[in-house]
Design a protein around this ligand. Structure first.
Ligand code: SF4
Length: 463
């Protein structure tokens, strides 16, 4: 996941405050590290730290940074350890001056690219450094920024949405398929770039448009200028719609709350209720559950609570122990569910860690039965583009042997999923416009052996 944010200011406003506001609204995309890089005349001042934006900005003296152009980052580590060296933005030297990079995505051919660049020089284990060094390599060989980014697009396979801070301004690009989102917005203070549109409201900016797949944009004092990059078919990540992005964000000009609500309605038409009440799994399944309840006229009850003071999102915790601890911070209101059978609505089942705990909590709280309804199809294949969905065998569908195996493991009375057709219809996108690799096993890009070996156990890997 990861959150990318940046601004080019028209005047001397408080740039650190604006970047912080943007990163707060992208915190759900990465909770392990945060950072800021500000262009200060011909240098770039960069400051990063481990933790949430509030934690990092409290211990680091970001207010000493000043300038009119800056980028920021919140990190979720799919590649590379959660250590300070791997935090972003990352700054490198180049013949065009210093360059800072904020990146969201995951490369499918990182080792191959590292080897081409002489990997003895590398200081971190991140894709960001590979991208930075590849860019610098092309600049060293005489490319201007547009040509260097174009060459980068030819070198790299995978998902990448980038904000690149240089002395010219902020260069922005998405991979040729546009797998991860990236948009630009504007206020009377400046021009912004953000992983999600929800971050524009916090800085009083209006959404302008999405950066197109493969497009290269320069944001500078003139506004923004578009250059043609390497473009393939569009393939936005369907999991952004299901779970990752915030419901107040728009992707492909579609509001995510409304998409999720429609998924819930469609789920109801495909799988009518068999329990007494509808209960949403907070927070990401709320819209789907309300849609489900509305379509079925079944009473919907917010019986599942999440402790709002425990800020971290369980799915994006870096390891299973931390995920378990985070899951333990949710509760079921006993008197509300006691003696009733529940239509429990969930957005997705990936590892089933959260789902199993929640079903058990419902039964322990006095529910007679749990019928689990999932507002997306089964997650059956690893993601190679920035969602840390572990190895093939760790996914619940493979680990427990299909839908019936998951049902039995989580101890639900029934387990039913939204169909793939229903999902596409609800979101209003066709299979040719999305990446749904984790649901169908069909990925928009080539998947290299190095990526497969990293994600799958060879014994169970369907080639
Ligand atoms: S494989 Fe799944 S999670 Fe990964 S980018 Fe594609 S749709 Fe998104």
């Amino acid at each position: 996941m990861c959150g990318v944010f940046g601004v080019y200011l028209f005047d001397n406003y408080d740039i650190v405050d604006l970047i912080k506001l943007g990163l707060y609204d992208l915190q759900h995309r990465g909770q392990e590290a945060a950072g800021i890089a500000v262009l200060d005349q011909d240098t770039i001042a960069c400051d990063t730290g481990l933790g949430l934006v509030t934690e990092v900005s409290a211990v680091k003296n970001w207010s000493r940074l000043s300038g009119r152009v800056a980028i920021g980052h919140t990190r979720y580590s799919t590649t590379g350890l959660n250590v300070i060296e791997n935090a972003s933005p990352m700054v490198v030297a180049s013949p065009l001056g210093p360059i800072a990079i904020s990146y969201n995505g995951n490369l499918v051919n990182p080792l191959e690219t590292r080897r081409k660049l002489d990997d003895t020089d590398f200081l971190t284990t991140t894709d960001t450094e590979i991208i930075a060094r590849d860019l610098v390599y092309h600049i060293h060989h005489g490319c201007n920024m547009v040509d260097a980014i174009l060459a980068l697009q030819h070198d790299l396979i995978g998902a990448y949405s980038l904000a690149i801070l240089t002395q010219e301004g902020i260069w922005v690009t998405r991979d040729p398929y546009g797998i991860r989102p990236l948009s630009i917005g504007q206020s009377n203070q400046g021009i912004f770039v953000s992983s999600e549109t929800c971050a524009f409201e916090g800085v009083n900016a209006e959404y302008i448009r999405e950066v197109e797949n493969g497009e290269i944009l320069l944001i500078d004092s003139e506004g923004y200028t578009s250059f043609k990059g390497l473009q393939k078919r569009k393939a936005i990540c369907i999991f952004e719609f299901i779970y990752i992005a915030r419901p107040d964000s728009n992707i492909c000009d579609k509001n995510l709350y409304l998409c999720r609500e429609e998924c819930g309605r469609c789920l109801a038409r495909e799988h009518p209720p068999t329990g007494d009440i509808v209960v949403p799994m907070m927070n990401t399944a709320l819209a789907a559950a309300l849609g489900y309840g509305c379509e079925t006229k079944c009473r919907t009850v917010a019986a599942h609570l999440k402790n709002r003071y425990h800020a971290r999102r369980s799915f994006i915790q870096p390891n299973q122990d931390e995920r378990q601890t985070t899951v333990a911070k949710s509760r079921i209101i006993g008197p509300v569910v006691k003696g009733l059978s529940l239509n429990l609505v969930e957005d997705s089942v990936v590892r089933a860690t959260t789902t199993q705990k929640n079903v058990q909590a419902c039964l322990k709280a006095g529910a007679t039965d749990v019928d689990l309804l999932v507002a997306s199809p089964p997650y059956r294949h690893p993601c190679f583009y920035g969602i840390d969905t572990a190895v093939f065998g760790d996914l619940a569908f493979n680990r427990f042997g299909g839908v019936e195996g998951i049902r039995s493991h989580i101890q639900a009375r029934s387990l039913r999923f939204l169909s793939f057709e229903g999902l596409c219809q609800s979101i209003g996108l066709s299979p040719s416009e999305i990446c749904a690799g984790c649901l169908t096993g069909e990925y928009p890009t080539e998947i290299t052996d190095e990526a497969r070996l990293g994600k799958m156990s060879l014994a169970t890997c369907p080639r």
